[in-house]
Unconditional design. Structure first.
Length: 148
């Protein structure tokens, strides 16, 4: 897991060459004014899910992991708290290959981190994360899905 500012995303391009395409997309597009939806960038290897998500609390949020994709999550309209537990500490649950997600039921995160607008949270396949913990009723957020 990486927490940083959007401006520093280019420093992580060595971790995955598709991160450079995310940096370029962010230079050329204003997430604030874009409509929610799915935006293909590099076929199935890189796309943006721009969404308005409903509030979750620490009690209702659930941990998830992805095998095929890295998440670069960017809160736009409000601060977002993420629960975190490394994959090695999570119990076995069924993986949904079609949706590239494992949901960990009632398993609670080990720790929490809050990410503000202008910041990013990058979750790799080894990072269990529980998104959408917010104080508002909903949040506009960007999730870049990057082929791992």
């Amino acid at each position: 897991m990486i927490i940083d500012t959007i401006e520093n995303l280019s420093k992580y391009v060595a971790l995955n060459p598709l991160f450079a395409d995310v940096v370029e997309f962010l230079k050329n597009n204003d997430l604030q004014t874009m409509e929610p939806g799915k935006y293909p960038i590099k076929d199935k290897n890189l796309f943006l899910n721009l969404q308005v998500a409903k509030q979750r609390t620490k009690d209702t949020a659930f941990l998830e992991t992805h095998i095929e994709m890295i998440d670069i999550q960017i809160p736009i309209s409000a601060a977002e708290t993420f629960g975190y537990t490394p994959l090695c500490d999570l119990p076995d649950f069924e993986y949904n290959a079609e949706k590239d997600i494992t949901k960990y039921g009632d398993t609670k995160p080990q720790t929490y981190v809050t990410v503000n607008p202008g910041q990013i949270a990058i979750f790799f396949p080894q990072d269990g994360h529980a998104p959408c913990i917010i104080d508002a009723s909903e949040i506009k957020k960007a999730i870049f899905k990057v082929k791992a």
